[in-house]
Write a protein that binds this ligand. Sequence first.
Ligand SMILES: Cc1ncc(COP(=O)(O)O)c(C=O)c1O
Length: 403
Amino acid sequence: MHISHRQHFFDHLAQTSDFPLALEIEKAEGVYMYGPDGKSYMDLISGIGVSNVGHRHPKVLEAIHAQLDKHMHLLVYGEYVQGAQVQLAKALTDTLHVEAPDPSPFGLIDNVYFTNSGTEAVEGAMKLAKRFTRRREFISCYNAYHGATQGALSLAGAEFFKRNFRPLLPGVKHIQHGHLPDLEKITDQTAAVVIEVIGGESGVRVPDAGYLVALRRRCTETGTLLILDEIQTGFGRTGSFWAFEQYGIYPDILLSAKSMGGGMPIGAFMASQQIMKVLKTNPILGHITTFGGHPVSCAASLAALRVTIDEQLAEASIAKGELFKSLLIHPEIKEIRGKGLMLAAEMASFDQLKATIDQCIEQGVVTDWFLFCDNSMRIAPPLTITEAQIREACATIIKVLNS
Ligand SMILES: Cc1ncc(COP(=O)(O)O)c(C=O)c1O
């Protein structure tokens, strides 16, 4: 371990808690990360849902290098025609030609607004929903996380994160993910419902088949926009390119980030032109960003999108997820929830889970818990993980649980 790096980490890097993991990583490739001493760690959390195509996928690196040879930043988003941006926007909207039995009243999504991050995609989508509906109220879910900036934080479904940052946005109500009676709270005053298809930070909560259909219908009935946050679930994580495809519904606004960049920072909010066009006027330039849709990130994202489709990573994640479920059978594991490679293994308590996670890291397997669910182990490896690697990871977890 480089003592000097570790010391600088504590002395000069702003910390987010008093107990950072402080694991020193020098290199990463595929599903592995490597410490300065060469020790390997299997990454079962993908940098929290980012490295779906694995670390340093060769196609992503190639696209980045090719873009670097052309140009980097040119001008604030939306002015110049830049190949990397338009090719990615076209490819993203191609993934959204999905016929759903319960569609959006505004048609297929054909417009993309690029951002730098997930929370910024949420902010843009909230502004868009206010402008389009001329309403002010939002609904999100208890125990949901949509980002750390103040609009997205207003949506957070736990007072713990919000209390000391108030005042936040007024007019935010909460519903319980998957709970049909709560849909009554959506009214003709609601600008939008912001919701994940599968609740991520609440510990991977998969809704019943009919719930999202009922939600889609209630939104349509009340003229409320349905904003699906696929920042964790998108880009193949749950068994289809977008998770909503498995539920027969279609969003009015779709959010992406995290794995979208193949390891580079980028996000997006996407909608039909009919909705998106309101951002052009009253005021003009009402939503702008300098670096959103950075060409190098766009090139990396397009490569990640193509890899996901060409290598059929979404489809493969279904069997891989089932393999995890079949191998992680142990008396200390109460339940394994999830779809594809978005999984949570529930244990009896945080203390037990934390001890397990710490020992797994010592044994070279990195896992984690969830913001709003601290008794469940996060299992969300790169979708490129092989069957042999899944067996190795599960053998380590079971060995730790037996020790
Ligand atoms: C579902 C969801 N939405 C939004 C965000 C915020 O994304 P970012 O950290 O890129 O701002 C996250 C991050 O964990 C997330 O999981």
